[in-house]
Design a protein around this ligand. Structure first.
Ligand code: PLP
Length: 394
């Protein structure tokens, strides 16, 4: 008789976005004349840049000719894109071998798939609050998950506790949901902890392109020692609007050797066995992001979102509200005014200002009392939302 993976019973039901959607639907039904501004979603809204669109069209035309047609490609990605990613890292002084770069269909898939490399019997450390994928993918596999408290007193940037024993550690910087960004000294603490304990860091750099402070690290490999303890997962979703087009990259250094086994070789084997690569058309589009023209254009879009974030943080500064993020991140994470809990504030914000955000409690125990707004929306609507919030004077 078949036995199913009963660990699926242990995954907490996620009511966060469905509850938000239900509450918004009920509000708009009751108040059809009220305008609602949505600042809860983590999806981007600006179109793909012209360089990407041109590359997509050209790649489609390639596929229409026998000479330009591409069938199965290399599972790890085409050389033209791996070289482009290598050049991007090189600009920041991070030197990678081409076979350390694996093209993916986005960060989420690889964050789950990478766990194929690790025994079930590892302890996983995630920050709380957290991007829920880190927790659920491990609970599905029956791994023990423990939490590092992120809170106002550590600026939502927890550091390693030498008394805690963890084997797989997730770090997301700039962080979703808090927008907080680790500096080099703080990341060095995590790298040292991992090296000392024989642990692996899974570094999620999905929001690296939002960093504006030149002293903040974009990649874990800017930290000495990281090649011996870290895998980095990155994505073009937020950098270049690829949330629907789907392309990312994962770095697995050849120096990662545990139990006498090389993780780079294992991952290559895993990918060639279970993955057949990202579409040629999409990889051509992704390569266009790394051209000088593509970089100039995606930076314009990033600047658009950054202006939204600046409007948001300026309003909170004026109101004297405590927050993290917004500076090198598209997320602003703030303390709910008047000591309100996150869901009470959600209702209040919707009723008084017609603004939708995401209650921090949905991201973990430490998110209670906090709230996330995103800068991915329309500029005029973002400005209007902040004006309404200011007027509401909670
Ligand atoms: N990592 C973090 C922290 C995210 O917030 C997201 C998406 O919101 C992802 C990864 C997933 O990115 P992708 O679209 O590349 O799968």
């Amino acid at each position: 008789m078949i036995h199913v993976n009963t660990h699926y019973r242990d995954i907490a039901e996620s009511y966060l976005f469905s509850t938000v959607a239900k509450k918004v639907a009920a509000f708009t039904a009751a108040h059809p004349d009220r305008s609602v501004i949505r600042m809860g979603i983590g999806d981007v809204t600006r179109p793909l840049c012209p360089a990407v669109i041109e590359a997509l069209h050209a790649a489609v035309d390639d596929m229409a000719t026998a000479a330009g047609f591409h069938g199965y490609g290399p599972e790890q990605g085409y050389d033209f894109l791996r070289e482009a990613v290598r050049g991007y890292y090189g600009e920041r002084g991070v030197s990678l071998a081409p076979d350390e770069i694996f093209i993916s269909d986005g960060a989420k898939s690889d964050l789950g798939n990478l766990l194929d490399l690790f025994d079930q019997n590892n302890t996983v450390l995630v920050p709380d609050p957290v991007y829920p994928v880190y927790v659920d993918t491990n609970v599905m596999a029956g791994r023990r998950v423990i939490y590092a408290d992120a809170n106002e007193s550590n600026g939502f940037l927890p550091l390693p506790d030498p008394g805690v024993k963890a084997d797989i550690i997730y770090i997301c910087s700039p962080n979703n949901p808090t927008g907080a960004v680790y500096n080099k000294a703080q990341l060095k603490c995590w790298v040292d902890y991992a090296v000392d304990n024989g642990a692996i860091l899974l570094f999620d750099a999905a929001y690296e392109s939002f960093i504006t402070d030149p002293d903040l690290p974009h990649s874990i490999y800017e930290i000495e020692g990281a090649r011996r303890c870290a895998i980095e997962v990155c994505s073009l979703s937020k950098t270049a609007g690829f949330t629907g087009t789907r392309c990312g990259y994962t770095i697995v250094p050849c120096d990662l050797v545990f139990d006498g086994m090389c993780l780079n070789k294992m991952w290559t084997r895993r990918q060639t066995t279970k993955f057949n690569g990202v579409p040629y058309i999409v990889q051509r589009a992704a390569a266009a992001v790394f051209t000088p023209e593509g970089q100039r254009q995606v930076r314009e879009t990033l600047a658009y979102y950054r202006r939204n974030a600046a409007v948001m943080t300026a309003a909170f500064d004026e109101m004297g509200v405590w927050y993290t993020g917004g500076k090198s991140s598209p997320y602003v994470w703030f303390r709910c005014p008047g000591g309100m809990d996150s869901w009470a504030f959600f209702d209040r914000l919707l009723e008084t200002a017609g603004v939708v955000g995401t209650p921090g409690a949905g991201f973990g125990r430490n998110g209670e009392g906090f709230f996330r707004l995103t800068a991915f929306g329309d500029a005029d609507k973002t400005a209007e939302a902040m004006e309404r919030i200011r007027k509401a004077a909670f």
